[in-house]
Ligand binder design. Structure first.
Ligand code: GLV
Length: 390
């Protein structure tokens, strides 16, 4: 079935499940521990109810947004997603190209399989670079100057990985054993044979990738257990100063869950923050992101730009987040399913679905511009906040 037939993001998810081996699909689809936050990130959007204005003519609909001085054609940015090259040949380049053609920003993960210079060259649009301190400060300094020279416009510093989250699906699927080449102990290895098109693409693209943007003394880091890599890359607020000095451009702090951390990020000079729980891949039991957005908006008082990720599967989710004070959202799984299902065409389809959804939702709300959305268009459970921005 072609990705053109996908009506919603769930359809792309099903298509990705059919094309990818279970191990790869579960890496995208799974979350930490009992996956409560994973489910809640999506479900909590159902607690936010729309208050439309009827009998309002909205012929045109301006859904452009400005983030860190860059105007994007839709308020949806592609989030960093590690190991995208496992989902589709040259996956990061394909996703970046789709984002740029759609008029939005692509964020490249440190844990990616394509060279950052090639990814930047693949997109006609703006790109951001997500930084993990894998390999330590000297390695990161080298990465930062490479990212600047390649033309990345912002550095996204992830702050929620002091230790790797427990992704039980990865543990059960034997990801560690596979990477240690301990093949006889990998439970679902045979499943790869039932995914011939993926297998053909995977070997055609060079097989198990390495991480060309993490350059250690001995060369690019080999494809390692992502959990171990995350664990070795904890970032603290003290690191912000040297990162800021080395980068010299806007820093985005990704992984803010509370008002206190939002204020701290502002104090450390973050030009934007992402209200994020890492797609529920780190601390299970943390609140869904849409639930904490009002608290963060109130704490920040306009001193930094606020973005949100986690659980976005529909354009109506995007619009709800914008009504509640986010300037734009980031999507991870929503486009990764598209990439896994059909490469660049799948990512483009995911973006198209969400764009069309956003425009339709805006018209049904009786609102003709993103900049006019505010808290008056939604009802939010009373426990979430005392006051919404109007
Ligand atoms: C990497 O950041 C991951 O969540 O797998």
């Amino acid at each position: 079935m072609s990705v053109a037939a996908a009506v919603n993001i769930e359809d792309l998810r099903q298509m990705a499940m059919r094309r990818l081996p279970r191990m790869v699909f579960d890496y995208i689809d799974g979350g930490a521990e009992r996956e409560w936050t994973l489910r809640e990130n999506c479900r909590a959007f159902e607690d936010v109810l729309f208050r439309p204005r009827s009998a309002v003519a909205t012929r045109g609909c301006d859904i452009s947004a400005t983030v860190l001085g860059t105007t994007i054609d839709l308020p949806i940015i592609l989030a960093p997603v590690g190991s995208s090259r496992m989902f589709y040949p040259r996956g990061e380049e394909r996703a970046a190209a789709a984002a740029g053609k759609a008029g939005t920003i692509y964020t490249l993960s440190t844990l990616s399989g394509c060279r950052m210079e090639d990814v930047k060259a693949a997109t006609p649009g703006t790109a951001w670079y997500q930084l993990y301190l894998v390999g330590g400060r000297d390695v990161a300094m080298g990465t930062i100057s490479r990212a600047r020279a390649a033309g990345y416009k912002a550095l996204v510093v992830t702050i929620d990985t002091p230790v790797a989250g427990m992704r039980e699906r990865d543990a059960r699927n034997g990801v560690k054993q596979l990477l240690a080449r301990n093949l006889s102990t990998v439970p679902h290895l045979g499943q790869m044979l039932t995914r011939p098109s993926w297998l053909y693409n995977f070997f055609g693209d060079g097989g198990l990738m390495n991480f060309p943007n993490i350059v250690l003394a001995e060369g690019p880091m080999g494809y390692a257990d992502v959990g171990a890599a995350l664990e070795s890359s904890a970032t603290s607020w003290e690191d912000f100063k040297w990162i800021r000095d080395a980068w010299g451009g806007p820093i985005v702090a990704k992984g803010v869950h509370t008002a206190d951390d939002a204020r701290r990020a502002v104090d450390e000079g973050a030009a934007a923050i992402v209200v994020s729980n890492h797609g529920a891949r780190q601390l299970d039991g943390v609140a869904p992101t849409i639930r904490v957005l009002p608290e963060v908006v109130q704490a920040v008082k306009g001193r930094t730009e606020i973005l949100l990720d986690g659980g976005i599967r529909r354009g109506s989710d995007v619009v709800k987040a914008l009504c509640m004070g986010a300037r734009a959202v980031l999507i991870g799984r929503a486009y990764a399913y598209g990439l896994g299902a059909g490469g660049q065409t799948g990512v483009t389809r995911a973006i198209d679905i969400l764009r069309t959804d956003v425009i339709r939702t805006m018209k049904l709300l009786g609102c003709s511009a993103i900049k006019d959305l505010d808290g008056s268009y939604v009802d939010v459970p009373s426990g979430w906040t005392a006051r919404l921005p109007r």
